[in-house]
Design a protein around this ligand. Structure first.
Ligand SMILES: Nc1ncnc2c1ncn2[C@@H]1O[C@H](COP(=O)(O)OP(=O)(O)OP(=O)(O)O)[C@@H](O)[C@H]1O
Ligand SMILES: Cc1ncc(C[n+]2csc(CCOP(=O)(O)O)c2C)c(N)n1
Ligand SMILES: [Mg+2]
Length: 346
């Protein structure tokens, strides 16, 4: 959390906007065949195919989505890419291009921008996407980031939010809730640090949680995994706002209800022990936490055997008719209504 006072601090004003853009562009040679022209002209040129273009946009605002006192800029760059492409993973397509726009205040140095783009670079390499453009501006409030992501895909491959069927199974990738608890740990440590800057916290019990908050991964691997398993989801969404919010989106979009089983929720052991320490209910965290960037999807009941036992995939429930309601079945076997804010006793 401490700034290194010995690092060079080049004011951004020393470079004109175009100098900065040229510097950014150097680090991003184009890798995908569909990226015909990247940073530098008035627009990027992407190769159109017979396929459909998918395009999505996300905003990240300082103080709302990230706190620079515990979010290193390199991680923020990485997370920006992940947040941008996660929505395309949720459409069952492979992200190929991104555009990132930034508005920075004059407290940012050239080195700070370099740090941000080194994270962007790392994520672009890891997930196979090209940075093909963006916009740069000054900001009088804080750092503002907008990320656009683009993909091309055959219509038959695209998976929508709205096409789940009654009796379909609800499946989630990875584990959930950890990013939220990572944020709680980081916010606690920030307060401890502000009270006593000499305090050296031992964060080893929370490494996984902190990593999930600071360096989430986009599930670009799930499209391939499902192809290998010969399963096509009937509907899909990514878990950015929290599991319940996303389950409700799938239900509403298809006019269905659901049953989610508390005992099935995939929780990392670190999450469970941290929730005990913070005296927070781990189910509440898993259901409402958000920022997991895992995928939530429905599959046909007949595909159950194909996903059974896969360590990446957890069956957490199933869809039912709208009239049967949207409910969480607790460990004790009671039903509670799932609502936008989590769940309430019915
Ligand atoms: N300001 C806006 N103008 C036009 N369309 C918007 C706007 N904000 C959101 N949308 C559209 O609404 C739909 C749902 O987007 P939304 O941002 O609610 O979901 P999400 O991206 O999955 O979630 P999150 O942003 O919380 O990660 C998308 O089609 C998106 O393009
Ligand atoms: C400083 C700080 N405050 C809050 C959060 C939590 N947070 C950020 S984005 C998000 C969900 C998706 O947002 P959106 O729907 O706007 O895409 C959540 C829960 C954080 N990581 N850092
Ligand atoms: Mg959005």
């Amino acid at each position: 959390m401490l700034e290194d006072k010995n690092q060079p601090r080049t004011p951004l004003a020393q470079l004109c906007e175009f100098g900065l853009i040229a510097r950014i562009s150097e680090g991003f040679p184009l890798k995908n065949g569909s990226s015909k022209l990247g940073i530098g002209d008035d627009a990027a040129v992407l190769q159109q195919s017979e396929e459909n273009t998918l395009i999505t946009k996300e905003l990240l605002i300082e103080g709302v989505h990230f706190d620079l006192s515990f979010m290193p800029l390199k991680h923020l760059g990485y997370k920006t890419v992940v947040v941008g492409i996660s929505d395309l993973c949720a459409m069952n397509v492979k992200p190929e291009q991104i555009l990132i726009s930034i508005a920075v205040s004059n407290r940012f140095t050239l080195e700070a921008i370099d740090e941000f783009y080194s994270g962007v670079q790392l994520a672009c390499a890891r997930f196979g996407v090209d940075l093909v453009g963006g916009d740069t501006s000054s900001s009088v409030t804080g750092l503002i980031i907008a990320v656009t992501a683009v993909a091309q895909a055959k219509e038959s491959e695209v998976v929508l939010r709205s096409t789940a069927k009654e009796t379909d199974l609800l499946v989630v990738t990875g584990d959930i809730g950890a990013a939220y608890m990572g944020l709680q740990v980081l916010e606690r440590e920030k307060q401890v640090f502000l009270a006593n800057p000499n305090n050296q916290p031992d964060l080893t019990p929370y490494t996984y949680l902190i990593e999930r908050q600071l360096k989430p991964e986009a599930r670009t691997d799930i499209k391939t995994l499902l192809e290998q398993l010969e399963v096509k989801p009937t509907a899909m969404i990514d878990v950015s706002d929290g599991l319940v919010s996303e389950v409700l989106h799938l239900c509403r979009a298809a006019d269905l209800g659901c049953r989610v089983y508390e005992e099935k929720l995939p929780l990392d052991p670190q999450l469970i022990s941290c929730c005990e320490e913070f005296n927070i209910d781990s189910t509440t965290v898993a259901l409402n936490g958000g920022e997991d960037y895992e995928l939530l999807f429905t599959i046909s009941l007949s595909d159950f055997d194909k996903i059974k036992g896969n360590p990446n995939l957890t069956l957490i429930g199933h869809m039912v008719s709208a009239a049967s309601g949207k409910e969480l079945i607790t460990r004790a076997g009671t039903s509670v209504a799932l609502t936008a804010r989590g769940f309430t006793a019915s």
